[in-house]
Design a protein around this ligand. Structure first.
Ligand code: ATP
Length: 329
């Protein structure tokens, strides 16, 4: 394995921010740490970067233990949420700075800065200062600066979260393309599931300092192992009403079904009342009250003459109902 985390643990006073995390990354892989606020994803990234010290565990790069090395000796490139460029240096100097610190030869620095400007499509901005650039451009400079010293690993801490939606979307594709072109092993922290699903080879879903599940976007969506993952990635009905659970695996701790897997039709086993309707173009989202709970249903590409108050019949195809573990509270 290229990068391995073994039993990585970090406490702040009584809070266990990262709790015994094991993770292996292959060379060239793009992994996202995804989870709600406070789940420990930023702390885990900072531990990998060397910006926090471990309480227990080790971090290995090609079998070498980095745990005791300070950040500047790890040769990892880091991009933070806010642009953090040097305000008094132009774009070229921002990119060159890390290379000067590493005592690269002058002509090698000049060539590398030029190369990086091309990679992030910023050739025209070489003389500009950070305050003259848009947020998206500043993050591209930050990326170029992080990548210039040929880091072993690229670490991205919510790099897109301060940008507006349009720029964010185009930069997602740009960063992913760049990462694949350079083949650089990358970890990105995000709380945005779409961002993680679009960009990552694998997603590490975190909850309360622990890894809930690791998988591709498809695996996490189709085969969530825990209630937490099922609810965090996409939408999920948890079947609480005993009537709805009838005939399904009674001993499973949690049963869940995605809204689009609930089947609507006159031969449905259950009946309910439409309480809410949201027309979203391709999707019609219904909240249907039945017995002791409300079931969310999504119909795709169907034109239905439904209105609030209508009674409809639906069924829960057993092969679409997922058994899930309860997550630690
Ligand atoms: P967010 O998306 O809000 O940044 P996160 O998933 O990145 O959340 P962390 O920032 O890693 O979560 O925080 C994990 C836990 O550790 C939280 O309970 C947080 O309050 C705590 N924590 C993080 N950094 C510190 C610190 N420097 N001192 C004390 N507690 C901290």
């Amino acid at each position: 394995m290229y990068l391995s985390l073994r039993g990585v643990t970090k406490r702040f006073d009584k809070v266990v921010a990262v709790d015994n995390v094991d993770l292996d990354l292959a060379e060239g892989e793009f992994v996202c740490f995804l989870g709600p606020s406070g789940c420990g994803k930023t702390t885990l990234l900072r531990l990998v970067a060397g910006l926090e010290t471990l309480d227990a565990g080790e971090i290995l790069l090609e079998e070498k233990d980095l745990s005791a090395l300070p950040a500047r000796k790890r040769n990892f490139g880091v991009v933070f949420q806010s642009y953090s460029l040097f305000p008094n240096m132009n774009v070229a100097r921002n990119i060159a700075y890390g290379l000067e610190c590493r005592k690269w030869a002058r002509d090698r620095i000049v060539a590398r800065v030029e190369e990086m400007l091309e990679v992030v499509h910023l050739g025209d901005a070489v003389e500009k200062y950070p305050h003259e650039l848009s947020g998206g451009m500043q993050q591209r400079v930050a990326l170029a600066r992080a990548l210039a010293p040929e880091p072993a690993v690229l670490l991205l801490d919510e790099p897109l979260s301060e940008l507006d939606a349009k720029v964010r979307e185009s930069l997602r594709g740009e960063i992913r393309d760049l990462q694949q072109r350079l083949g650089i092993t990358t970890i990105m922290v995000t709380h945005d599931q779409d961002e993680a699903m679009e960009m990552a080879d694998r997603i590490v879903v975190m909850n309360r300092g622990r890894i809930e599940q690791i998988g591709t976007a498809e695996q996490l969506y189709w085969e969530p192992e825990t209630r937490f993952v099922g609810e965090f990635i996409g939408r999920l009905n948890i079947l609480d009403d005993p009537a709805l659970r009838q005939g399904l695996s009674a001993e499973a701790p949690v049963l869940g079904i995605r809204p689009e897997h609930v089947s609507v039709g006159t031969d449905g086993a259950f009946e309910g009342t439409v309480r809410k309707l949201a027309f979203l173009g391709n999707t019609l989202r219904l909240s249907v009250e039945t017995g002791e709970q409300t079931v969310e249903i999504e119909l795709h590409g169907r034109r239905e003459a439904l209105k609030v108050g209508d009674r409809i019949r639906f069924s829960l195809p057993p092969d679409r109902v997922r058994q899930l573990a309860a997550s630690p509270a």
